[in-house]
Design a protein around this ligand. Structure first.
Ligand code: ATP
Length: 370
């Protein structure tokens, strides 16, 4: 117990005490501790309540909850305060883009969600990841670049919406569940999109990215077309991506294609943030039994082989599919569910990986590149 009374302490002494406690906090999203990260923004003692405010450069609400749980009692003991008032603020860093491409107006970071093969749950992962980034504290958008199967509007229950254009050139994004969205699915029918050839499809996507009036966004999630063909390569080379997430299922056949995806991104210098293993384990909705119907361990092996991370493992569960079909993704419709906790953890890992693996661009040159 510290012998000095809380009111006699200088602000510097108090700050040093709090910084010392925070420095010991460990979390999977912290490569360096909070004090080294200079995250401690404000400390004050008012009426025997200790006020602690953190300012984080990547979304961190789940980590913050763990911090409060782990450190509150230590802080009370060390400082003699009667209560701790915690506050988390974000000032999301803009990170260096591939090939120093100029940015998109208002968009700080672009995360490409990709898969080597169709049907592994790339769009499902992209939508729930985007909503989980919001739940973690960010401003987020999603661009459906899956030209051959634009499913995002349906997954968000917004398939009947149409973007408007205030000036005949730019599009106002559709807002759905707090996400700013645009999709080729809002503009053309599925049948029309299917016949688009590669160059036309890439051009349309680049246009949608650049000509949407995105509000200020910390992260724009890009749901890429599945596969590793010309269109994906063109997009990977030309879009100002910050990093890519590769979605796979545990089957060997999907893993072979996921490997191709990693190689493709490495070839064009897009940092691969890691792998998401979707349908990792089937959870029976009747009895809760877990069964690894597609096998185990493959995605971890792949991540090890390519020196990347296994960012998360999402179960195969009927609720996830039903919620998407109903246009109410689980992360938004069941915020307290175990699935939402898993997606939020994934979002925290993706944001942390992006930050620690990247290079921060100073705010004055990061914004409003056009
Ligand atoms: N973890 C999961 N649990 C249950 N159902 C899932 C899960 N992930 C995806 N699905 C379901 O599987 C189907 C395919 O998912 P999705 O459309 O996300 O795949 P995709 O990889 O984006 O496909 P494509 O790239 O070919 O468009 C959807 O009906 C979706 O609801």
């Amino acid at each position: 117990m510290n012998s000095q009374s809380p009111s006699n302490r200088s602000p510097e002494q108090l700050r040093a005490m709090v910084a010392g406690t925070l420095a010991n906090f460990q979390h999977p999203t912290l490569k360096h501790n909070l004090t080294a990260l200079k995250a401690l923004h404000h400390v004050a003692m008012l009426d025997e309540t200790l006020h602690v405010e953190l300012l984080m450069p990547f979304v961190w609400r789940s980590g913050f909850e763990a911090l409060q749980e782990q450190c509150s009692s230590d802080l009370l003991r060390i400082t003699g305060a009667k209560a701790v008032d915690w506050k988390l603020s974000h000032n999301i860093a803009t990170l260096k883009r591939v090939k120093n491409h100029p940015g998109i107006n208002g968009v700080k970071n672009i995360i490409a969600v990709t898969s080597g093969k169709g049907g592994v749950g790339k769009s499902s992962t992209a939508v729930n990841l985007a909503l989980a980034l919001i739940a973690e504290g960010a401003k987020v958008g999603i661009l459906d670049a899956d030209i051959y199967g634009p499913s995002i509007p349906t997954m968000l229950g917004a398939e009947h919406e149409r973007p408007t254009s205030p000036d005949g050139t730019h599009m106002t994004p559709i807002m759905a569940h707090g996400l700013a969205t645009n999709s080729i699915g809002y503009l053309v029918t599925d049948e029309n999109a299917m016949v688009w050839r590669g160059p036309m499809a890439s051009k349309a996507l680049m246009q949608m990215l650049q000509e949407t009036l995105w509000p200020d966004l910390d992260y724009l999630v890009l749901d890429m077309p599945p596969g590793t063909g010309d269109i994906q390569l063109t997009l990977a080379q030309n879009i100002p991506v910050t990093g890519a997430v590769v979605v796979t299922t545990p089957q060997d056949i999907a893993l072979i294609d996921a490997r191709k995806g990693i190689v493709m991104f490495e070839k064009v210098d897009v940092p691969v943030l890691g792998i998401v293993e979707n349908m990792s384990m089937h959870i029976c909705s009747n009895c809760g039994h877990h069964e690894a119907i597609f096998g185990t361990g493959g995605a971890q092996k792949l991540a090890d082989q390519y020196h990347t991370k296994l960012l998360g493992q999402m179960p195969l569960h009927i609720t996830l599919r039903e919620d998407l079909d109903a246009g109410k993704p689980t992360v938004m419709s069941r915020p307290e569910s175990e699935f939402t906790a898993m997606y939020r953890e994934l979002a925290g890992s993706v944001a942390a990986q992006l930050y620690w693996g990247g290079e921060v661009i100073p705010a004055d040159i990061a914004f409003r590149a056009l």
